[in-house]
Write a protein that binds this ligand. Structure first.
Ligand code: 6K6
Length: 145
């Protein structure tokens, strides 16, 4: 079965130019349900033809359907914080972040033992982080099943 990956990244909290590349790296491991987050033109303004109610409903369905959550948490975002809070204790959650302008990650994320938190400074590091995380996930799955 193809793994379903929910990629969460700040949109209205502030868009990050790395998302499209991160999504491409994630697609090596499964289907990225939220691949539209990599669509720069839409993400800049955070708008589509969907209403906010429709976005919320669709994203919650995807979050429930996902096998794993990968959240880019460099830019503080209410939406991303809400999503990983909802998935906590239900799904494996990897949070990746880049330290920018000495801004420190919220203690509610960095201090949470239920999240795997990894710092990166370039995409090569993201690639390594994902490889380790998904290898580990795959070996756990084999034991559980
Ligand atoms: C489509 C493409 C880019 O933006 C859109 C329209 N808006 C949203 N579409 C899909 N998911 C969204 C949208 N706005 C927020 N979200 C969800 O909340 C995503 O799953 C993100 O992980 C998260 C971002 O929250 P904010 O508070 O930074 O907007």
């Amino acid at each position: 079965m193809i793994m379903k990956i929910y990629f969460a990244g700040s949109i209205r909290g502030g868009y990050d130019d790395f998302y499209p590349q991160i999504i491409t790296l994630l697609q090596k491991y499964g289907e990225v349900l939220t691949e539209h987050i990599g669509d720069k033109s839409l993400s800049r303004i955070g708008e589509t033809k969907l209403t906010d109610e429709e976005i919320y409903k669709r994203d919650m369905q995807w979050l429930n359907a996902a096998d794993v959550i990968v959240a880019e948490v460099s830019t503080p975002s209410l939406g991303v914080g809400y999503e990983i809070g909802k998935a906590e204790n239900r799904k494996p959650i990897l949070c990746i972040y880049r330290e920018q302008n000495n801004a420190r990650l919220s203690a509610m994320i960095s201090g949470n033992p239920n999240f795997v938190i990894k710092k990166y400074s370039d995409l090569n590091q993201v690639e390594e982080i994902l490889e380790k995380f998904f290898n580990n996930y795959a070996s756990k799955e084999a034991v559980d099943n």
